[in-house]
Design a protein around this ligand. Sequence first.
Ligand code: T1G
Length: 694
Amino acid sequence: MTIETRKLDNGLLLIVAENPPVNAINAAIRQGLVGAIEQANGSDDVVAIVLSCKGRTFFAGADIKEFGNARKEGPTLHEVCQKIAHSTKPVVAALHGTVLGGGLEIALACHGRVAVEGTTCGLPESQLGLIPGAGGTNRLARLIGPKKALEFVVSGKQIGAARAEKLGVLDEVVAQNEVAAAISCALRMAQRGRFKSWSDDFPADFVVSTFEDFARKLTQKMANQDAPAACVRSVQRAMTMPFEEAIAADREEFARLSAGNQSLALRHAFFAERAAAKPKGFDIPGPVKSISKVTVIGAGTMGTGIAMSFTAGGIPATLIDTTQEALDRGLDRVRNLLATSARRGSISEEQAEQRLALLQWSRDIEQASDADLVIEAVYEDLAIKQDIITRLDALCDQSALIATNTSAIDIDLIAKDVRNRDRFVGLHFFAPANVMRLVEVVLGKETSAETIAASLWIAKKIGKVPVLSGNCDGFIGNRMVAKRGAQVDRLLLEGALPQDVDESLKCFGFPMGPLAINDMSGLDVGYAIRKRRGTPFPIADAVVEHGRLGQKTGAGYYRYEDGNRTPLPDPEIENLIASVSNAHGITRRTFSPDEMVARMIYPLVNEGARILEEGIALRASDIDAVWLNGYGFPRWRGGPMFHADSVGLSDLTKTLRDLARLTGDNSLTPAPLLNRLVADEMTFTDLDKENAEK
Ligand code: T1G
């Protein structure tokens, strides 16, 4: 970590900071910046200052690892920003890379901001359960107005340089050499003798009631979360209180949030996703195999979604299917999805065209012969998959990776006739594959360390969250979701109604309830799997046997009118459920939402503990990464294992024991690992730390 200062002949002091890999702002950086500004202000032959960073990006934010430390060393980031804002010499920031959080706050405290094309800016603190803690909200609201500032801070999203310039966040965007442009800008400011500092003048047109209405609409879907509401208060303070008072209130709010469970959970999620992408415990010899050409076999919904994920990461992909009709349907699907994304503004029209151009279509499997990675995404049938994988093994270059996208079939069975099994791996994408970030990287008996490293690398490169999984029925996520499904069916059998069950998990924070999701994907899929496994669900089986397959038949656990996809409670299903309860001799009762949530979430945790015991997952935080990115687990609760730590493993295991006794379902008996952690007064986070140190 370094802060260099270089005084140029023209009186410009160039400050260059470096703290790989992303120039996170830690105590040493804060100390160094204050010293450099003081040095410049105290030196008569310095007329202006430029602040820049080496490496891949300008400061990407405060060092998240520092949060939670009781005592932070050195000046606060707010003090650094104040030192810059009140400098007697103009300070201009030269920006590149991802200028985020505290990095953007530092830039906003400067008197000018010059960025190179390709730079992005953002205040992602709300995604960590926080608010900008060093005056960022205040300075931004004064710069671009309260409404735009609130959208920026609440969303936590990054915006591109052109948009940032248009908004007024950046003063100039150059094609190259932002440092030279920033130097010219700073010298011009010095010559003019005046440069902007922050004053207490408020926009005359700020009307609290209008702003509050706007804020209510913007944050209505985040009612359970603390940070968005805190962002609203912060922007309102910026518009109604003197700067220093507003900042002081921000810092109090920041301290409260950073100590709160939601921020702890969101920071856990941040590091969990990065840890999962690391192949802990595998000796990876040499550089990771680079992958620059991908082929996907099967142009159906999954196959096209997978291919789109690669083209979104700039990697060409070829989709192969047996009939022209299948290819044409696939192409139509891709065109529609890209057009929708462009219409929504999540990508530009140009990006949509570029991604489409990166896709090739063919009916000839020989086209896969020069791919670096081939993924089969054909019908979920063992024989069909075995045939495709065996043909690919014979066809593809020996260095190519061959992957199956199966969601439940034993991947060693699929590869049983493959000669070169060290390059064979499961890459389980989640529907819709072009949107969902999770990829379970499933290891076969002979999958090599190189294949693992390349799989993790390519998944991260295309913006996915890869998680290593052992090869078992359902891998990590689906194996756990089956346990929740069993409890959902029992709740219905014992007295709950579909809308009660779904509402309880939606209030917990899931975007949709499990029964509405099942209706959407089709109830016959699960029915077939249960028949294959011999694990009947009384209610779910009765629903299918009554011809109610979900949205596709207009009725499942809910009814659907006139092709509308909105789930509507249905008296018919309530009568059917009651008749099945009666046939099982069960007297129906009501449940509180909390009881239903515990009945559905705790068995997830118990199965997660078993998955850890068996080594199917490397870390408890990996299981959290699976649920946060594949199943909509509310991010501000950190995932099932982090949530279990928050509930307290002792209480959780007691509830599981009671449930096992109540229902006679022995699978609810606490896993040995859970009992061990309770006995040792450890949490899952403690377990991960203990394992990481081995
Ligand atoms: N603090 C500490 N470590 C960080 C970090 C940060 N802010 N950002 C990244 N890392 C580590 C990360 O853990 C990984 O480590 C490595 O850098 C590469 O990251 C006061 C309070 C910048 C877009 O939220 O969004 O400022 O695994 O794998 O995919 O108001 O990292 O190699 O050991 O993600 O190229 C606000 C968070 C903080 C930005 C790069 N800033 N970072 O993505 O690499 S709060 C953020 C990111 C704040 C102020 C508030 C991304 C990235 P390791 P990576 P990437």
